[in-house]
Write a protein that binds this ligand. Structure first.
Ligand code: HEM
Length: 399
């Protein structure tokens, strides 16, 4: 058990393992709500992983996410040593250095490149759904969610889509480590895969995403091999697990709410707003920051060196931030930058436009091709918490 530092008030200590909160197997989002303390300062301290803060109030989470003066992104995670080993670009960079690396990456993800992908994404969704339809049932996670976005993403990188089998487990080890792989081993496994691809694209750029990013200079100079590898590592980890987790939650919602299926089948023009609202309602990602100065939050002192964990689940489902937050209301008039599913401020997700396009295409194609579907009452829905919370099984049947 970690020693509680003197600046942490005893009443804020609450033992909470972010990878395994009680009840997460059934509903990781509900498990996080146990931390909500409407009368508290909006923070708790857990002794887990050597001790760290967790922001629990929506307004505090949002404020700290944007606070680049007091908080750095260098540490990456509450897992000791992970950030030092991973050295991800741009996720672990701060300030001007972050901007210098993020600018070429943003150009690689520009809207016109995402729009150009849409027809291939649609064709893939149609192919996968056509294969599932005659079965009358599926486990949505292995049968669709873990294939669709990963296949798209690997095609974007210009690497063989069959490599999915090798890469998917590595993505899950970063966001929900199960103790079977050390952090150095994980980084080396990813680098062994990426290095030849990165070298090749630095030498002879093609049309793929990595080539596009590496062809853009970093403040007027070329990327070094080390920087290029750290960037590719970041993009790979960020793209492997996140959309798979999100599309699962969106499908689960529709399976539970047949009225929403009917509404979207009848009015497909509502689908983009529905995608935004469902991504708010079912947030998956949480991030870690390390304090670089002593500062106060609602009378609580955060000291330089402290780690602060920011769960989007406690922002997007805070009734003080969104009216009736548990309800998915497609007419909320939501501006996606107001929820924290994709983060806030300087590090906001560079893949958000891609993820949104995939979600809209998924909804259009799935609802367009399949009859009403529901959760199979004979089999359990299971989830796992982590830096990216996810469903592990979502058994569906067609009605
Ligand atoms: C629904 C799917 C996704 C979710 C929920 C999500 C969530 C997030 C969040 C919360 C951040 C902010 C991290 C922070 O503040 O420390 C982030 C950053 C990032 N995301 Fe995503 N993401 C998704 C999809 C993707 C995809 C598909 C890609 C790439 C193919 C991607 C690439 C990145 C990168 C490179 C960053 C780092 C940005 C920076 O540090 O400036 N994400 N994402």
């Amino acid at each position: 058990m970690a020693v509680i530092p003197a600046h942490v008030p005893a009443e804020l200590v609450f033992d909470f393992n972010i990878f395994d909160p009680p009840g997460a197997e059934a509903d990781y989002i509900a498990a996080w709500q146990a931390l909500r303390r409407p009368d508290g300062p909006g923070l708790v301290w857990t002794p887990a992983f050597g001790g760290h803060w967790i922001a629990t109030d929506g307004a505090v989470i949002r404020r700290l996410w944007a606070d680049t003066a007091n908080l750095s992104s260098q540490v990456l995670a509450v897992v000791p040593g992970l950030g030092e080993v991973m050295q991800l670009i741009p996720l672990q960079n701060d300030g001007a250095e972050h901007k210098a690396f993020r600018t070429p990456i943003m150009k690689g993800f520009a809207g016109r490149h995402i729009a150009a992908l849409e027809s291939a994404v649609r064709a893939l969704a149609q192919e996968l759904i056509a294969e599932l339809k005659p079965r009358g049932a599926c486990d949505f996670m292995p049968d669709f969610a873990e294939i669709f976005p990963v296949h798209i993403f690997l095609s974007m990188l210009g690497v063989p889509v069959e490599d999915r089998e090798r890469l998917r487990p590595l993505g899950a080890q970063l966001t929900r480590p199960d103790g079977t792989m050390g952090v150095v081993e994980l980084r080396d496994a990813v680098d062994d895969y990426l290095r030849p691809h990165v070298r090749q694209r630095l030498a002879a750029p093609g049309e793929d995403l990595l080539s596009r990013i590496l062809a853009e200079p970093v403040q007027g100079r070329a990327w070094t091999l080390d920087e290029a590898l750290r960037m590719a590592r970041n993009v790979l980890f960020a793209g492997l697990d996140t959309v798979a987790a999100m599309v699962g939650m969106v499908a689960m919602h529709l399976a539970r709410y047949p009225d929403d299926q009917r509404l979207l089948r009848g009015q497909p023009d509502l689908i983009p707003a529905a995608a935004d609202e469902l991504m708010r309602r079912y947030p998956s990602a949480s991030v870690s920051r390390n304090a670089v100065a002593d500062f106060e939050v609602n009378g609580v002192t955060i000291k330089a060196g402290d780690i602060v964990y920011l769960p989007s689940m406690l922002h997007n489902l805070d009734p003080a931030c969104f009216d009736q937050p548990e309800e998915a209301r497609f007419d909320r008039g939501l501006n996606p930058i107001h929820h924290t599913t994709f983060g806030v401020g300087a590090h906001r997700c560079v893949g958000a436009g891609l993820a949104r396009m995939e979600m809209i295409v998924f909804l259009e194609e799935w609802l367009g091709a399949l009859p009403e579907f529901a959760i199979d009452p004979a089999r359990p829905v299971t989830m796992k918490a982590g830096n990216v919370g996810t469903l592990t099984s979502l058994p569906l049947i067609w009605k």
